[in-house]
Write a protein that binds this ligand. Structure first.
Ligand SMILES: [Zn+2]
Length: 382
């Protein structure tokens, strides 16, 4: 593996050039052409490494890249991530890729164009020295992660491609101290609308049915579903309703955010929410539940995930990196769809950085090289 590490050392300038090219193409949700352009740059690179590349185009939305390379054994690995950033058209022109004091800046530099570069160059260095011949490798970079795939079926693709993998590495940014992510909460974002009956609040209030009163009762029930011990969180985060202080309100709505550690807890929460929605407090009101499904399932820290973490940690020690900790986070990620069939994953394997989703976003240049090496060693160790 010494040659592979040396090859990555020798590719440092190429890696930064490649990153600069990607960062300087806006790829927010408002820019399908930019997303496709990035997808093609990534796809061309993968083709040159001997991968079969498929572009999954979602018209007027984005392009996903799915690439496969067959190996001589049954070992199989999935590298995942996303091409899109949260930054809108014009951001790259306003603050293009820049290097300063060992850090790189620019829209999406860490989240996660840096991660894409670590993945591509780790594969290239491994392939050049014959270390990929035995493995089946799949690469899946989607184009609409930051918006939660409102118009594409990428969750199904993740689930399909995640099946039966010996290891999944998600190239979301590594944390500033080098931590990787070994667990995430599942997320459900239901909303509730209540229809009531309007009436004059002073003249004939008895003829009305207060949608706000109905919702208020339901909110109390919903908030009680939170169970900190089990890591179940239910937050009614937004409410609204009514047309004026003198009118019995005929409408009200609430938006919820539910987070769970286990799939079963999520199913149980959905049943509980449906029961609360079905129960009527104020006669004459009618409640509807929308979006009662997982936006992200939980990424569960299974025994297999812990084992995969020990492999990554061992590679980190070989490279002399700071001890790599595996952390749990409440945020969701696509990697959870890929792990739903039981394949183990490590997330946050991309270049280390910080200040994601804002103008100060940065990526550690050394982190980019270190992570490419860590990924190469980890893939080889599977
Ligand atoms: Zn990301």
């Amino acid at each position: 593996m010494k040659q592979v590490l040396e090859a990555i050392e020798a590719k440092k300038t190429m890696m930064l050039d490649f990153l600069e090219t990607l960062v300087n193409i806006d790829s927010g949700f408002d820019n399908p052409e930019g997303l496709h352009q990035c997808a093609e740059i990534i796809g061309n690179k993968l083709s040159s490494l001997g991968f079969e590349v498929e572009y999954i185009r979602v018209p007027d939305v984005c392009t996903h890249v799915l690439a496969q390379k067959k190996g001589k054994t049954s070992k199989s690995i999935l590298l995942t991530g996303h091409i899109d950033t949260v930054f809108l058209r014009g951001t790259a022109a306003a603050r293009p890729f820049m290097l300063k004091d060992g850090r790189a800046f620019g829209p999406g530099v860490a989240d996660m164009k840096g991660g894409i570069v670590t993945g591509l160059f780790a594969l290239e260095a491994l392939g050049e020295h014959g270390y990929l011949d035995d493995k089946n490798v799949t690469v899946l970079f989607c184009g609409d992660e930051e918006t939660g795939h409102p118009k594409s079926n990428v969750a199904e693709i993740y689930e399909r491609e995640g099946q039966g993998k010996d290891a999944i590495f998600c190239l979301e940014p590594g944390r500033p101290n080098g931590e990787v992510v070994v667990g995430r909460k599942g997320i459900i974002n239901p909303s509730i609308t209540v229809k009531g009956k309007a009436a004059h609040a002073g003249v004939d209030p008895e003829k009305g049915a207060s949608a706000i009163m109905e919702l208020a009762n339901k909110i109390c029930d919903l908030q009680k579903l939170t169970n900190f011990e089990k890591g179940i969180l239910c937050n009614v985060g937004m409410i609204g309703g009514g047309t004026g202080p003198a009118v019995i309100p005929d409408n009200a709505y609430a938006k919820l955010n539910i987070r769970v550690n286990e799939m079963d807890d999520g199913e149980q929460m959905l049943r509980a929410v449906r029961e609360i929605v079905a129960k009527q407090y104020v006669p004459g009101t009618e409640t509807t539940l929308l979006d009662d499904y997982f936006v992200y399932p939980p990424f569960v820290t299974t025994e297999e995930v812990r084992h995969l973490l020990t492999i990554v940690q061992e590679q980190g020690r070989k490279l002399g990196l700071q001890e790599i900790e595996g952390i749990f986070t409440g945020g969701g990620s696509d990697v959870a769809w890929a792990t739903i069939t039981g394949s183990p994953a490590i997330d946050g394997m991309g270049a280390t950085g910080g200040s994601m989703h804002n103008d100060a976003e940065w990526m550690s240049v050394q982190g980019l090289f270190d992570r490419a090496k860590l990924l190469a060693l980890s893939i080889n160790a599977i």
